[in-house]
Design a protein around this ligand. Structure first.
Ligand code: 13P
Ligand code: SF4
Length: 304
């Protein structure tokens, strides 16, 4: 990416000057993922790594809930997000008041919330989960019923893995993954016989059931780089295939994929601007942060 070299050089210099690290989600574009990011990963890895970061400043190249999670786990560090508008349809689908109403309706049923939620929602929850550990988190509770919020499809997909626990859920969806259909999978299998199909668990259950493997973005990457299929479709955000393809030219990545408009708000120019101006700082009110942190830390303590 020669045209982007001045931004990359400026970011590398600013990271040293500010004692900053860049945490980037797997959905970031290759020119971010492969150049300026210090730590890349799925939501679970970013939450885990956020605890161990030895820096004064964390720049989160991802979406707002990820920056909030990093802040919850690092109250003493400055956490920046290059564009405050980087939201998430799942995080927007449920409020803290919704959780309180559900607790009244289902007294005693533990609330498991996906990390794709606001700090206010996490603060009302018993425990968080990600797509990488949802089944383990549910099993760890040892109860017959859980409220698994707010991703209806993730809950339905985890229900297949953990049939012994009844999942009550909520009609929240990822706007990127809900658009895939079983017909997309059938069409790609017709055109590319023998292709490997990998779907993110935020996809509808009939899409996941039509695929060969399903897992978090990190699990998808591990599957591809260890099994090395000659042709594969990653039923998820488009940058995933682009990022793996950079180091694996022998693997052919077939469409469809969808773009996440929120993840794509991150760019080298706005990461540079964030470090130059130390904006936009993500803060969480300390009492709320304390309650939200409990749910995240409880999740991090669950053994796979
Ligand atoms: P994971 O990286 O945890 O699989 O999450 C995907 C996602 O959509 C994050 O917004
Ligand atoms: Fe949210 Fe979906 Fe975008 Fe992830 S891909 S940030 S779940 S809208």
């Amino acid at each position: 990416w020669p045209a982007l070299a001045p931004d990359v050089e400026a970011i590398l210099r600013l990271k040293r000057e500010r004692n900053a690290v860049i945490l980037a989600h797997n959905y970031q574009a290759p020119e971010i993922f492969h150049t300026v990011a210090d730590i890349v990963g799925d939501s679970l890895a970013l939450a885990r790594e956020a605890i161990t970061v030895d820096a004064d400043v964390i720049v989160l190249a991802g979406v707002h809930f990820m920056a909030e999670t990093a802040k919850l786990l690092n109250p003493g560090k400055t956490v920046l997000i290059p564009d405050m508008r980087a939201g998430c349809s799942l995080a927007d689908s449920i409020t803290a008041a919704d959780i309180r109403a559900l607790r009244l309706k289902y007294p005693g049923v533990p609330v498991v919330t996906y990390v794709n939620t606001s700090a206010a929602v996490k603060a009302e929850s018993d425990i968080c989960c990600t797509s990488g550990n949802a089944a383990d988190v549910v099993r760890s509770l040892g109860v017959p019923r859980v409220l698994m919020l707010p991703d209806e499809f993730l809950a339905q997909n985890v229900q297949v893995q953990v049939p012994e626990v009844e999942m009550l859920t909520w009609p929240g969806h990822c706007e990127v993954h809900e658009r895939f259909t079983p017909d997309d999978i059938a069409a790609v299998r017709d055109s590319y016989p023998g292709i490997t199909v990998i779907a993110h668990p935020e996809c509808p259950p009939d899409v996941v059931q039509a695929s060969d493997f399903s897992g978090s973005t990190a699990m998808m990457m591990n599957y591809v780089t260890s099994k090395r299929p000659s042709q594969v479709v990653l039923v998820t955000e488009c940058s995933m295939a682009d990022n793996i393809a950079v180091a694996n030219p022998d693997i052919e990545f077939i469409k469809p994929c969808n773009m996440c408009p929120h993840m794509k708000r991150m760019s080298l120019p706005n990461i540079r601007h964030a470090l130059e101006t130390m904006t936009h700082e993500v803060t969480v009110e300390p009492a709320l942060a304390e309650r939200a942190r409990r749910a995240v830390e409880r999740m991090l303590a669950v053994k796979p």
